[in-house]
Write a protein that binds this ligand. Structure first.
Ligand SMILES: [Zn+2]
Ligand SMILES: [Zn+2]
Ligand SMILES: [Zn+2]
Length: 712
């Protein structure tokens, strides 16, 4: 183009800043020539085949845009009150696209031929719906309808507002969305929530809520600037927000936790749902039967959810790919992804360098995702869940197949966890046989740190990787690790002290077992454990057996940081039974809110091993003498300070400038910020995740990054 320099610069600035929400600028090349009058027109060229198949063509689902919300509420508008109102800037994408190229016949809109009105808008370059593949209206598009829990249709001219009314009355309703079903209830009335917990066998796990608008959110939760921005963003993830002291929503929504997961309405249906009700928010939890992925199909929903809900709000559009809501937390001003799914997947993570090979990563077992690394992009799937049953394994296969199809890539290596018995490891071997490709097992904590190095483009790092469990290079249970990671691989530099896990997995479910294991040998421990026997399913017989097992000293041991947090949580009476992943540690963090470090324990590190027995003993001795919040806070401080000190000492010795923190424990804001303070005070750069979850949702990505290094 030709023009004055200032005009050209302002055009380039607008191109970046005023682009539509779905536009992604990966690269801009600008050069100036001396010639004048060289150009006589301005054109936008069509995409080349290369970009069509580079995988950047399928965008994630985007929440309803402001223009569509305005039209939805405008009685003069053709799409007034139409639940499936979308445009080029908003609506389902990833969940609606069955295959490439992204044209209507390849989407779940194929069954809804456009009416003349929609077709005119679709064909008009000046219209907001020009080439919007999901365009539809009340006369041609999908329909929404209400049924009883056994599928009998309920004739109602306004099924969505009727659903709102039913929820307010205390009923439980399954609501079909773009990527799957939600189960919804009221939030100010505990009765339906308790009933839902019973039906789902989910006694404690927090439910997310959808609030009417941002002002309503501010009435029950604390919303900082970064959180407000995320809540209102076009992604509309669930944000974990601190409950206000006078939070008036039912405590049964997130029992024992200081925070609550909140999102704002992101489809036309959601907006209409709040129209005629007083309820400030609705519980909106992913409708997944125990240990199964989110339900997305009408028939299956009736079968699997019929006994849980009172009514269904169905629509008749199929879902091509199910996708759960994303979950985000903010540490200070920094966003930390807990679950990267709707609104993010399958948007690729861009790498600085082109990968040596095309690599598929299948993740670990809990909270899995899969990932395809191809050229300079890593495509991480939506949240798949715990890959421990046939239905989730099938979902993992589907999502993985879809990713390779999207990228039109030929997988050359299949990366998996080092754990020989994970279902994902088995899946990797099956795929390897099928494709005649080699398998690359990657140690779990190395994969955590590799994911951090990959997304932050760092070549060398001392990494702190803390979580509940990962299979170690020596076959033992790891989980509180300090690693040296570089372009050649990794070395284990140090870790938390190995602690007994009496009963193996039972010690994860009943954290008092962990506490007994760590405290074992102290004079008063047997007596204390016996006095706590009511906390065990088999009472005194069980505590006697635990002591016997511990005396033999032959059982499993672990260096897990999560298990130490669990033990402390149990000693302080915060959590005796784990009913969902991370429960004890999350409740410990909530209990530590407002606490201070009253113990100030100097890190006990010998031969690169952090002593945790000393810490747990101290907490045990002080348990009835000081406030729980101070002891919880002090314990977290000790772990953070000693992990930081161990990492700093090694980074100095190795002359490495960056120290990173990954693994599920990195969700803990207090621990992360305490490590950060130590690291930065000592002049090191502190790296945390921005694009990938620190938990096991990031493992698949890390596996591909680690494998890429060895396939040079
Ligand atoms: Zn729109
Ligand atoms: Zn139409
Ligand atoms: Zn992990």
């Amino acid at each position: 183009m030709e023009g004055k320099k200032a005009d050209i610069n302002s055009f380039l600035k607008d191109l970046k800043e005023k682009s539509p929400p779905l536009a992604r600028i990966y690269e801009m090349t600008t050069y100036y020539t001396e010639d004048e009058n060289k150009f006589d027109k301005f054109t936008i060229l069509e995409s080349s085949e290369a970009t069509e198949f580079s995988g950047s063509v399928i965008p994630p689902d985007i929440s309803i845009c402001n223009e569509c919300v305005t039209e939805l509420k405008d009685q003069q508008n053709k799409r007034y009150d139409y639940f499936f109102i979308t445009c080029t800037n908003c609506g389902p994408r990833y969940t609606a696209i069955e295959r490439l190229p992204y044209d209507r016949p390849n989407t779940t809109m194929q069954e809804f031929p456009m009416c003349d009105f929609c077709a005119t808008e679709f064909g008009d370059p000046s219209n907001r719906r020009f080439h919007a593949q999901t365009v539809a209206c009340d006369s041609c598009g999908p329909r929404i309808y209400l049924t009883t829990n056994d599928g009998k249709s309920i004739e109602h001219k306004d099924p969505i507002r009727e659903t709102g009314r039913l929820l307010e009355e205390g009923h439980i309703v399954a609501v079909k969305g773009n990527g799957g079903f939600h189960v919804a209830t009221a939030t100010t009335n505990p009765k339906p929530i308790i009933r839902l917990r019973k039906a789902k066998h989910r006694t404690q796990k927090p439910f997310a809520v959808m609030a009417r608008d941002i002002d309503t959110v501010k009435s029950f939760a604390e919303v900082g600037h970064a959180e407000a921005e995320l809540l209102a963003s076009y992604i509309k993830p669930i944000i974990l927000l601190k409950k206000k002291d006078d939070c008036y929503l039912s405590e049964s929504i997130s029992p024992g936790l200081h925070n609550i997961g909140v999102m704002l309405p992101y489809t036309g249906t959601h907006h209409i749902l709040f129209d005629d009700v007083h309820e400030p928010a609705f519980v909106m939890t992913s409708a997944n039967p125990p240990n199964e992925p989110i339900v997305a199909e009408n028939k299956l929903a009736r079968k699997r959810l019929g006994s849980v809900v009172d009514f269904f709000l169905f629509h008749n559009r199929a879902i091509a790919h199910r996708c759960d809501d994303s979950v985000v937390r903010v540490h200070g001003l920094r966003k930390s992804l807990i679950r990267r799914s709707r609104g993010y997947a399958p948007e690729p993570i861009r790498l600085k360098h082109t990968a040596n090979s095309c690599i598929l990563g299948v993740g670990a077992e809990p909270n899995a995702t899969s990932c395809v690394l191809f050229q300079d992009k890593a495509f991480v799937s939506q949240h798949i869940g715990d890959v421990d049953n046939p239905e989730t394994i099938r979902f993992m296969k589907e999502a993985t197949y879809h990713l390779t199809e999207l990228t039109n890539s030929q997988v050359e290596f299949i990366a998996c966890d080092l754990h020989p018995k994970f279902n994902t490891t088995r899946l990797a071997h099956d795929l390897a046989n099928e494709l005649k490709r080699p398998v690359s097992p990657v140690q779990h904590h190395y994969a955590h740190i590799a994911s951090l190095m990959g997304e932050r483009n760092i070549n060398e790092m001392v990494g702190i990787a803390c979580d509940g469990f990962g299979y170690g290079s020596d076959g033992k249970a790891w989980g509180g690790e300090v690693l040296s990671c570089h372009q050649e691989g990794f070395q284990r530099l140090g870790h938390l002290r190995e602690q007994p896990m009496p009963g193996g997995d039972l010690a994860t479910l009943y954290p008092l077992r962990m506490a007994a294991g760590i405290l074992h040998g102290g004079t008063d421990v047997e007596e204390w454990l016996s006095s706590e026997s009511k906390r065990f399913p088999h009472g005194k017989a069980e505590t006697r057996l635990i002591i016997k097992q511990l005396k033999k000293e032959t059982g499993l041991k672990t260096t897990s940081c999560g298990r130490v947090l669990d033990a402390i949580s149990a000693i302080l009476g915060i959590c005796y039974e784990r009913t969902y992943e991370g429960e004890s540690a999350m409740k410990l963090e909530s209990a530590a809110m407002g606490g201070k470090d009253v113990l100030n324990i100097t890190p006990e590190i010998r031969a690169n091993t952090i002593d945790t027995t000393f810490l747990v003993r101290e907490i045990f001795d002080q348990r009835n003498k000081r406030p729980v919040k101070d002891l919880a806070f002090s314990a977290e401080s000790y772990l953070a300070n000693s992990l930081a000190q161990l990492a700093i000492g090694n980074a100095e010795r190795l002359d490495v400038k960056t120290i990173g923190f990954s693994g599920g424990v990195a969700y803990n804001e207090h621990i992360t910020q305490t490590i950060r303070k130590n690291i930065e005070m000592n002049g090191f750069r502190f790296a945390v995740h921005k694009l990938i979850p620190p938990g096991d949702g990031g493992i698949a990505f890390g596996q591909t990054i680690a494998t890429n290094l060895i396939t040079k």
